[in-house]
Design a protein around this ligand. Structure first.
Ligand SMILES: Nc1ccn([C@H]2C[C@H](O)[C@@H](COP(=O)(O)OP(=O)(O)OP(=O)(O)O)O2)c(=O)n1
Length: 129
């Protein structure tokens, strides 16, 4: 048993992913290509690739119980591409994504109080009380 610290022991944080993407770009001299617009288009492209996996399957149960292992691995890869480009886009826009997201969660809770009941999740439009 080595007992040494391994990368797999790290908890995955947005900051870790941000640093990894920054190193990835710098090591390849790709900073020049990672402009906000290019990253946004790359992000949208990856959302398209993720959508293609679900396309024509109809509704699928949560947990994807009927999917083959390789399909789930593929879905994980496309979800990761979306996340990585989102993290990178936020970084080059000098926006702290973690802080912005936490603030948005708080704003959402104010907009849609848990004390009220909703007939559906359609943005609370059909609020019943
Ligand atoms: N200029 C680039 C190109 C790639 N990547 C990184 C971020 C994504 O996580 C991943 C995207 O790589 P690909 O464009 O090769 O896309 P896929 O991995 O989805 O491959 P494919 O489109 O062939 O399925 O690589 C990046 O940071 N900057």
């Amino acid at each position: 048993m080595t007992g040494g610290f391994q990368e797999g022991d790290q908890s995955v944080t947005l900051d870790l992913l941000k640093q990894k993407m920054d190193s990835f770009a710098k090591e390849r001299d790709w900073d020049q290509f990672h402009s906000p617009r290019n990253l946004l288009l790359a992000l949208v492209g990856e959302v398209g690739e993720l959508s293609a996996i679900f396309q024509w399957k109809g509704e699928v149960p949560k947990g994807l119980p009927d999917w083959k292992e390789e399909e789930k691995v593929h879905a994980g890869e496309e979800l990761s591409d979306v996340l990585l480009y989102l993290v990178r886009l936020s970084d080059v826009c000098d926006i702290d994504l973690g802080k912005a997201a936490l603030r948005k969660v708080e704003l959402n809770a104010i907009k849609y109080p848990a004390s009220r009941t909703y007939s559906n999740a359609n943005n609370g439009i059909a609020e019943t009380s």
